[in-house]
Design a protein around this ligand. Structure first.
Ligand code: SF4
Length: 386
């Protein structure tokens, strides 16, 4: 482990170090209009995160500590990289956040951490911050709390009770791939097992009417361990089905200076974009991962959306939008869950006859046109193609 530099920064210095280092955690979703639901750097330690129902929330994203006993070779916080290490005491961090919140500079907290000296001590410190916010400061706003791999069940339970969202970064789709990225971490028990506890605790609290986190998420590093898109999405599908995962985040690998992976090429962000789109297909559109258009290496095409490519290969008969089931509508490129619901509502009132009606319902008509019939008629675009 790297020798720690023994200095005690003041709160502002800690904020600068631990806010900036949280920024190095690669959580950004690619910037496209329908995918940009991740966290976007705005200023220092404040990030704009797209809210589920629309709009943006400003999150204070920070580490409890940037000390870590692990040396994951893709990570900025790895103990193998020499840099200044510091830790927020729970009271310091809670007070700092409350001050930002009272100044109306932030709308919520995203708290992560390096792991030192062990999982439980780290999780306890993070929970100390959150407990202070909830119980002493009366803060009722948004908190996203990272779960520490290997943490004890009672600490996971406390996190589920106090946070609005909990997440645990799986990083890789399997133990074999994880061993490339984080040789000291254990996939089945320390990571998947802790997510399974969180999922079970959330379900039970909901059933009993107790407060609990509203969602469970995870994140993968893409392109550092030779994993295929197929491997990633098989694991994501399993997490949706077994853990009720709300969504997966995909972080295209970027090499960190002075790390063992510093010579490895950065991953193409377009790959992460196609993975995001595929995750939505699994979660919201009724696709199975093995229906997705992988090539022989298990990778998705990058030049078009996976749904467009799936439709080109599989949607041979046009879909009559005045009759199609919701699940059939969702298989048409350019039609999403909201526009499918609007189509179903609109056709109860009157038959759909032209593309301008579809456009008004939120359909991307240039994508949908080749695959649909409106009252038995194909669009001009489709007639050119069929
Ligand atoms: S355990 Fe987490 S913080 Fe520590 S080096 Fe690995 S990825 Fe980075």
């Amino acid at each position: 482990m790297d020798a720690l530099i023994k200095v005690e920064p003041d709160i502002q210095q800690k904020l600068a170090i631990l806010g900036a280092e949280a920024a190095e955690e690669q959580t950004d979703a690619p910037a496209t209009q329908s995918i940009q639901r991740g966290i976007r750097h705005e200023t220092g330690f404040i990030y704009g995160a797209q809210k589920t129902g629309g709009g943006t929330a400003r999150l204070f994203k920070v580490l409890q500590t940037n000390a870590c006993r692990f040396s994951c070779p893709y990570c900025f916080t790895s103990c193998a990289i020499k840099r200044q290490r510091t830790t927020f005491k729970p009271d310091e961090l809670a007070t700092t956040f409350i001050s930002l919140s009272q100044q109306r500079r932030v709308d919520g907290l995203f708290l992560s951490s390096g792991i030192v000296p062990d999982a439980d001590t780290t999780m306890e410190k993070m929970l100390g911050t959150v407990e202070r916010l909830r119980l002493k400061e009366g803060y009722a706003g948004y908190i996203h709390l990272k779960l520490i791999p290997g943490a004890s069940r009672d600490l996971i339970a406390r996190a589920v009770e106090l946070a609005d969202r909990v997440s645990l970064n799986l990083e890789a789709p399997s133990q074999a791939r994880l061993s490339e990225l984080a040789p000291d971490k254990e996939f089945a028990g320390d990571m998947w097992g802790r997510m399974a506890w969180a999922a079970e605790l959330i379900r039970r609290a909901r059933a009993e009417g107790r407060p609990a986190a509203r969602s469970l998420t995870t994140q993968f590093v893409v392109g550092a361990a030779g994993e295929s898109d197929c491997e990633l999405l098989e694991t994501v599908q399993r997490a949706h089905r077994e853990l009720g995962l709300w969504r997966a985040y995909f972080s295209a690998f970027k090499p960190i200076d002075r790390s063992p992976f510093s010579d490895q090429p950065a991953e193409d962000p377009a790959r992460a974009l196609r993975l995001y789109q595929s995750d939505f297909m699994l979660r919201d559109y009724g696709f199975r991962y093995d229906e997705l258009p992988f090539d022989a290496d298990g990778l998705l095409p990058r030049d078009r959306t996976p749904k467009q490519v799936w439709a080109e290969r599989n949607l041979h008969d046009p879909v009559e939008l005045n009759r199609a089931s919701r699940s059939a509508l969702l298989r048409v490129p350019g039609i999403g869950p909201k526009s499918a619901d609007k189509i179903i509502a609109a056709r109860r009132e009157a038959r759909l006859r032209d593309m301008s009606q579809l456009k008004a319902l939120g359909v991307t008509t240039s994508w949908a046109a080749p695959y649909v019939l409106l009252d038995g008629r194909a669009s001009a675009v489709q007639l050119r193609l069929w």
